[in-house]
Design a protein around this ligand. Structure first.
Ligand code: AMP
Length: 417
């Protein structure tokens, strides 16, 4: 049975916590963005203040085995600063028994990168490229078998398990999902996981209408699952970014050199038809800022989205689109934003995306629930300094996308089942 971190009695107990400390490091192994560590602090403090001790486990990067570069020892200094206490380190996550035994209430032990072991992900490593299907199958079976022991060892360290790693909740890994089964009555979500689940339920579950989704980004194909699932909830959908031009071309418009997925033209028409049948209003970018090359300093002009001259390409949403979108957003009670509406990495083509961030901040102040989730739109609100002016900014790119597609996330299911 799932426990509630607020009521659970941590006194004298050891809690093993799956955190997402997969932070970016520079060449000198200094952390360049500590958001993920900061986000985990409330959960960690709850355990310590409740009289428990902490065993922290995480992955860092994508090591293929033990590699100094991916050692979690590099980040100890920042956890200590943020938590205000000493952090011990176990250089091998499978050989920490002695250190765990010595833990007293208030102590913190960080285990080395879980992905130094193939068992964490349960995927075989070091297979020859020309390995036969049979060899692949055998290697997979072997790692799955040793994964059980790997999980058992981690679980043996603690009295209870907390999952607070939303960023890896869409993976059925040892530490994110399998381990939960070994704590049938002592497993729970940390505050990050709880916040993410609540925020998404505010949109997908019991949303206050009208609900509007802003879907941007480069490709229709990568957002099709999200669009289709959101059609079950939204009243309006604003579609911006590169993906607009697949829809425009499908409807016979001229798109110049704009991004287009020619193999998705039929699907684009199906989406438009489906929206009509469901009574969902679609608001495509009506006008575009187009450029004569994919360059921040390219020549630019504003044209209707379906009349892009040959040799020009769409780079951002135009002013008329933004005006229409602003009206829709101001009349919404719940808004979800996923994906930039232009090439926001180039300052000259970031205006549309920045304006969306600004409007979201304005409507949030007036009581609209605004959730920003999934990769680049999160980067955009953060860059603009609006991260604390919207209702919720999701920390998990891939996990949030899968959540929005209506998929069951193994890290959530393992706690809830
Ligand atoms: P995604 O990861 O699918 O959300 O896509 C994000 C990427 O879409 C960003 O790198 C943007 O630069 C890109 N993007 C947004 N609008 C456009 C556009 N009109 N043309 C080309 N790329 C775009």
């Amino acid at each position: 049975m799932q426990q509630n971190i607020d009521n659970y009695d941590f006194a004298g107990k050891k809690a093993i916590v799956r955190v997402d400390f997969n932070v970016p490091l520079d060449a000198d192994f200094r952390i360049t963005d500590d958001t993920r560590i900061r986000a985990a602090i409330p959960t960690l403090k709850r355990v310590l203040e409740g009289g428990g001790s902490l065993i922290l486990m995480s992955h860092l990067g994508k090591p293929k085995g033990v590699a100094e570069k991916f050692s979690l020892k590099h980040i100890i200094y920042r956890i200590e600063e943020l938590l205000g206490t000493k952090v011990q380190f176990a250089p091998d996550c499978q050989k920490a028994d002695e250190q765990v035994k010595a833990l007293k209430p208030g102590d913190v032990l960080l285990l080395e990168n879980l992905r130094f072991y193939a068992e964490e992900e349960g995927k075989p490593r070091g297979l020859a490229e020309d390995a036969s299907d049979e060899e692949k199958k055998a290697a997979k079976a072997a790692v799955k078998a040793s994964q059980k022991e790997f999980v058992k060892k981690l679980a043996s360290y603690a009295d209870c398990y907390i999952n607070d790693a939303f960023g890896t909740a869409h993976r059925a890994h040892a530490s994110t999902a399998l381990i939960a089964d070994l704590f049938p009555n002592d497993k729970m979500f940390g505050y990050i996981m709880r916040g993410e689940i609540k925020a998404i339920n505010n949109v997908l579950g019991n949303a206050v209408h009208p609900v509007t989704a802003i879907i941007g980004g480069a490709k229709v194909s990568s957002k099709i699952g999200v669009i289709q699932h959101l059609f079950g909830v939204v009243d309006n959908m604003i579609i911006g970014g590169g993906m607009v031009y697949t829809f425009v071309k499908a409807q016979g418009g001229k798109i110049g050199n704009s991004l287009c997925e020619d193999d998705q033209l039929g699907l684009a028409l199906d989406i438009i038809k489906d929206a009509e049948q469901k009574g969902i209003k679609l608001y495509f970018a009506k006008d575009a800022v187009v450029a004569d090359s994919f360059d921040n300093n390219a020549k630019s002009q504003i044209v209707p989205s379906n009349e892009i001259p040959d040799g020009w390409m769409s780079m951002d949403a135009g002013p008329e689109s933004l005006k229409i979108w602003e009206e829709v957003l101001k009349n919404s009670k719940t808004i979800l934003w996923n994906g930039p509406v232009g090439v926001f990495e180039m300052p000259n083509f970031a205006k549309g995306t920045n304006r969306i961030a600004e409007i979201l901040a304005e409507v949030t102040a007036k009581g609209t629930f605004t959730l920003v989730g999934g990769g680049d739109s999160v980067a955009a609100v953060t860059q603009m300094g609006y991260a604390d002016k919207v209702s919720y900014v999701s920390t998990g790119g891939g996990a949030m996308l899968e959540f929005l597609e209506g998929k069951v996330l193994p890290g959530i299911a393992a706690i809830e089942k």
